[in-house]
Design a protein around this ligand. Sequence first.
Ligand SMILES: [Zn+2]
Length: 271
Amino acid sequence: MPELPEVTSLARQMDRELRGRRITDVDVVQPRCLNVPPEEFRQLLVRTQVTRVTSRGKWIFVDLEPRTTFLLNLGMGGEVLFHRRDEPLPRNRQSTILFEDGTAFSQHFWWFGYVHAVKTTELASHAMTSSLGLDPLDDGEFTLDAFEELLEEKKRSTIKTVLLDQKNIAGIGNVYIQDILFTAGVHPLRKTSDVTVSERSLLYDAIRSQLRNALELGGLAYEKDLYNKPGRFKDFLVGYREGKPCPVCGTIVQKIRTGSTVSFICPHCQT
Ligand SMILES: [Zn+2]
């Protein structure tokens, strides 16, 4: 499932590749992914021009002139691909955007994703993106103070639940959370109010370094980028290493259920 590093990488590639391109047509194969009827979706996008592509958490924002924002969320994962002129489009695509110069941009979701179009003036009332929490890679926004304030506010929940809630911090999912908790030595089921001051600071540093490192490597090795190339991040500490020794103490890594998610932990290092 793509998380902040994969989504940010993709948005950066899209910004470089799509900026300036004019949309001439939209081909919707799967209307269930849209927020409006296909005809309205088409009207919002056709004859606009891409001015900028950014991301927040797991959402990609494509600014279009005049007055439209195209929003994309890959859900559990998928392929979001750029196609040169005359290149065949993937058969399994759920929607495609066609540009004036013959290039195209297609989306295919493995399970379910969102392809939304909103008037930019109404972006603030798009519920799924307007409720997104702190951007963990924005130094001005995601400060240690802001993080501590958040943990204080949510002190009754378990720490993993707090960190995964997109309304609190946007972009951490069940992949990167594993090594973030391990690096800070915190068990996923720990009650947030019991996380000490020094552990809070370790968690804050771990969130930033884990996500930054994965972003530098272009995201996960099993996720694909705009050109269908995989990322290079694959070296987890305890994540997905069930039955293998902990890199710090050698204790066997366990896979446990934590509410609706699974967690990989070192039972010795994480308490
Ligand atoms: Zn250990």
